[in-house]
Design a protein around this ligand. Structure first.
Ligand SMILES: NC(=O)c1ccc[n+]([C@@H]2O[C@H](COP(=O)([O-])OP(=O)(O)OC[C@H]3O[C@@H](n4cnc5c(N)ncnc54)[C@H](OP(=O)(O)O)[C@@H]3O)[C@@H](O)[C@H]2O)c1
Length: 329
């Protein structure tokens, strides 16, 4: 494959609203040792991209300043010390950044094959949400079959993935969402009970069910104390974002008396090695489920690369259910 010197991309021209996302041209990046270069066909849009655009989530020092944490396409070049990938292979990958562009580099160990029978559009939506959900719900949160699991933001990219995986592995799934339509989508994906948080109190509902063994939360704010009230004895709370803020007054006696665990993580700053271990586990445990169609990403909408601002506006309107993608080439 002959590679061009320059590529189309979308950059964050300054911190701000969706309008600061501007089409540009950049040099095609070169893969270093252990890295592959991907010719990007589709890029997933994630809430952390919007946070980065707004100036509240900085890219790690070595990462591209271009937004975009996941993509699918073909391997366009292979760096030194890479085995298992060849030019032309279909691939989907977690990226350190730089997905809103025609080419992106990433550690080869963070790339996964496109599941059998899945098109590249869907495959672009897998890495960021599946790495996040698998590592937080199953590895950190230790969800087991038969346990009661509550996920907030059930209709989000993260939520739709968490509902499907937790249901598949035998949990009783509860999900919150802000409209009746979103609740119906959560129920269709396998939630035993979808809770419209504008009309119902999730604390009351979970306590009526004996409490949640595990909660995955992205809301924060007053949800933190309400989550603690909703947990069963020995329950675990995993925080992955704070859409309503990270500060709260909490009586920690509950944590001691009911043996609760409060934890959390964010994917992007973790080491390459840690992300590679998540990729290995996903390949073994989850990719077969995607290949046989037992689970699939929920697609909301697609936009051209140059319309990335419209994609962000859609995400921030919270009108979407599932994943938003950019069509690159
Ligand atoms: N820690 C990590 O490594 C990591 C990685 C990826 C994503 N995340 C976080 O996970 C969350 C979901 O990401 P995503 O890409 O799937 O985004 P998304 O699809 O935009 O999901 C955000 C969801 O949050 C709900 N929401 C928004 N504001 C809310 C509020 N004030 N109160 C209650 N619910 C609210 C919305 O649903 P309703 O309309 O129903 O309110 C929406 O479905 C984001 O906060 C993101 O930053 C964390």
């Amino acid at each position: 494959m002959t590679l061009p010197e320059m590529m189309r991309a979308v950059e964050i021209s300054e911190p701000g609203g969706p309008e600061v996302l501007k089409p540009t041209h950049r040099p095609v990046p070169q893969p270093g040792p252990g890295e592959i270069l991907i010719r990007v066909r589709w890029a997933g849009v994630n809430r952390p991209d919007a946070l980065q655009r707004a100036g509240s989530y900085k890219a790690p020092p070595q990462a591209s300043d271009l937004p975009g944490l996941e993509a699918s396409g073909e391997v366009a070049a292979v760096g030194p010390e890479v085995s298992g990938w060849s030019v032309g292979d279909a691939v989907c990958a977690l990226l350190p950044g730089g997905g809103y562009a025609e080419f992106a580099v990433t550690p080869a160990a963070h790339a996964l094959p496109v599941p059998d029978g899945m098109d590249l559009r869907e495959a672009a939506c897998l890495p960021e949400t599946f790495f996040t959900v698998w590592s937080n719900v199953f590895q950190r949160g230790g969800l087991k079959a038969g346990e009661t699991f509550l996920v907030h933001g059930g209709s989000s990219g993260i939520g739709t993935t968490a509902i499907q995986l937790a249901s598949h592995f035998g949990a009783r799934v509860f999900a919150t969402a802000g409209t009746a339509e979103k609740c119906a989508a959560c129920a269709k994906l396998g939630a035993k009970r979808a809770i419209n948080y504008r009309e119902e109190d999730f604390v009351e509902i979970l306590r009526g069910e004996g409490g949640a063994n595990l909660i995955l939360d992205m809301v924060g704010g007053d949800y933190i104390t309400r989550n603690v009230k909703s947990l069963a004895d020995d329950g675990r709370l995993v925080m992955i974002a704070f859409l309503q803020g990270p500060k709260v007054e909490l009586n920690f006696a509950q944590v001691m008396l009911r043996r609760l665990t409060i934890t959390g993580s964010t994917l992007r700053p973790q080491s390459d090695f840690a992300k590679a271990r998540i990729a290995d586990s996903l390949r073994d445990r989850v990719w077969p489920l995607l290949s046989n169609g037992e689970i699939a990403p929920v697609m909301d909408s697609e936009f051209a690369l140059e319309d990335a601002a419209k994609a962000h506006a859609r995400m921030e309107s919270s009108g979407h259910v599932g994943k938003i993608v950019l069509r690159i080439s």
